[in-house]
Design a protein around this ligand. Structure first.
Ligand SMILES: *Cc1c(COP(=O)(O)O)cnc(C)c1O
Length: 393
């Protein structure tokens, strides 16, 4: 390959949509293949003992396809370092092990992803980690919760799942930092296209890339994105030493999905907004939980810290749990399944599906609630499906 002294396009600062397609995605220098190959290999031949080509030795420690995803993830969040894992929870687990020592305390939002709470409350608790959950919209309550002195992590998720509560990332980052805690934002629901927590003062962003980043419901993955060198080295060591890495094929599928993130998120947001507005005033619906509606208590805050309101929306039913269940089982285009963030629309009944693990705890969700992951189909087809599933009067 002839080398040029001119800066490569990749060396220029790129806008989000451009970075989503190009960051870490240089064409293959050997063949010119525009899509870098999937390095489906476990190990790398050495040029003499310790003579590694580009530093690659064994795929748990590093693989070019994973590197391309990690470079991309960091670019999307405007961060120095990205690490990808086999699932969102594997990523979270690696971060927790990198940061926490026995006796440390974690403060979590009272509506964080149920699996995050379960991971800390049942697995990390065995290493002497304690936790408290708090309402993240109540800044005074958060101040009290982190004042304990040994709080090492303040963990928040906005918009929250499934109630779509919006919490103030910048204000919470200040509160967390004043208490000496690391501020972690699970940015899965918004995606980096709609929300950039590091720019708002957070220290670490975690993702389940299974959702919007992958975007096609065909691959699991997780990510840790951060700026701090020292913590990055610790996360990298956890990834290498505990080994919950994403495989080359999974990393490649995730890269493939991310390229269309911007256009997908625009359509997810537009469809969800149209559906929310269509359902306003429906006699069967008690409340619509969507931050794009002006009536949503977090609307103004969401409009300042997000660049769009996303594709997740929940509904509660006047007639109670039975009506919610019947609705969830009556849609046809919205398929009944856990997960979210794919191109296809899904409906879920959180209390028995995604949030079954927090039933009977302070984190439980209303039983008359259903959650929609609004896909990118034609919005009129989606609305027709919801209308036929709703009781007619
Ligand atoms: C799905 C999800 C996770 C867990 O991710 P997995 O990829 O399923 O392990 C974490 N946080 C949020 C907000 C999620 O939606």
């Amino acid at each position: 390959m002839p080398q040029s002294d001119a800066p490569t396009p990749a060396a220029q600062p790129q806008r989000f949509e451009t970075a989503a397609i190009h960051a870490g995605q240089e064409f293959d220098p050997t063949t010119g293949a525009i899509i870098p190959p999937i390095y489906q290999t476990s190990t790398f031949v050495q040029d003499g003992i310790g003579g590694f080509r580009n530093g690659y030795e064994y795929t748990r420690g590093g693989n070019p396809t994973r590197t391309s995803l990690e470079t991309l993830l960091a670019a999307l969040e405007g961060a120095a370092h990205g690490y990808s894992f086999s699932s969102g929870l594997a990523a979270e687990d690696a971060l927790l092990r990198a940061v926490l020592e026995p006796g440390d305390h974690v403060v979590l939002g009272n509506d964080v992803y149920g699996g995050t709470h379960r991971l800390i409350n049942t697995i990390h608790s065995k290493s002497g980690i304690t936790n408290d959950t708090v309402e993240m919209m109540d800044l005074d309550a958060v101040r009290v919760a982190v004042a304990a002195g040994n709080t090492k992590i303040l963990w928040l998720e906005t918009p929250s799942n499934p109630l779509m509560k919006i919490s103030d990332i910048a204000a919470l980052a200040e509160i967390g930092h004043a208490a000496g805690a690391l501020v972690v934002v699970d940015n899965t629901f918004a995606s980096p296209y709609l929300q950039q927590p590091l720019a708002l003062g957070a220290d670490v962003v975690v993702h389940s890339t299974t959702k919007y980043l992958g975007g096609h419901s065909d691959v699991l993955g997780g990510a840790i994105v951060l700026n701090d060198e020292e913590l990055a080295a610790k996360v990298g060591f956890q990834q290498f030493a505990a080994g919950a890495v994403s495989g080359p094929m999974d990393a490649w599928l995730t890269v493939r999905g991310i390229k269309t993130l911007a256009v997908r998120m625009d359509r997810h947001s537009a469809n969800a907004q149209a559906i929310a507005e269509h359902l306003v005033g429906h006699p069967a619906i008690e409340r619509i939980f969507y931050p794009g509606l002006e009536s949503h208590p977090g609307h103004a805050l969401a409009a300042t810290q997000m660049s769009g309101f996303g594709g997740m929306l929940s509904l509660s039913f006047v007639a109670g749990p039975a009506a919610a269940r019947t609705f969830a089982e009556s849609t046809t285009l919205f398929q009944l399944a856990e997960s979210l963030g794919g191109v296809e629309s899904l409906v879920g009944y959180p209390t028995e599906m995604t949030h079954a693990s927090v039933r009977g705890t302070k984190l439980e969700v209303p039983e008359n609630l259903i959650r929609l992951s609004v896909g990118i189909e034609n919005v009129n087809d989606l609305i027709a499906d919801l209308d036929q599933a709703l009781p007619s009067s």
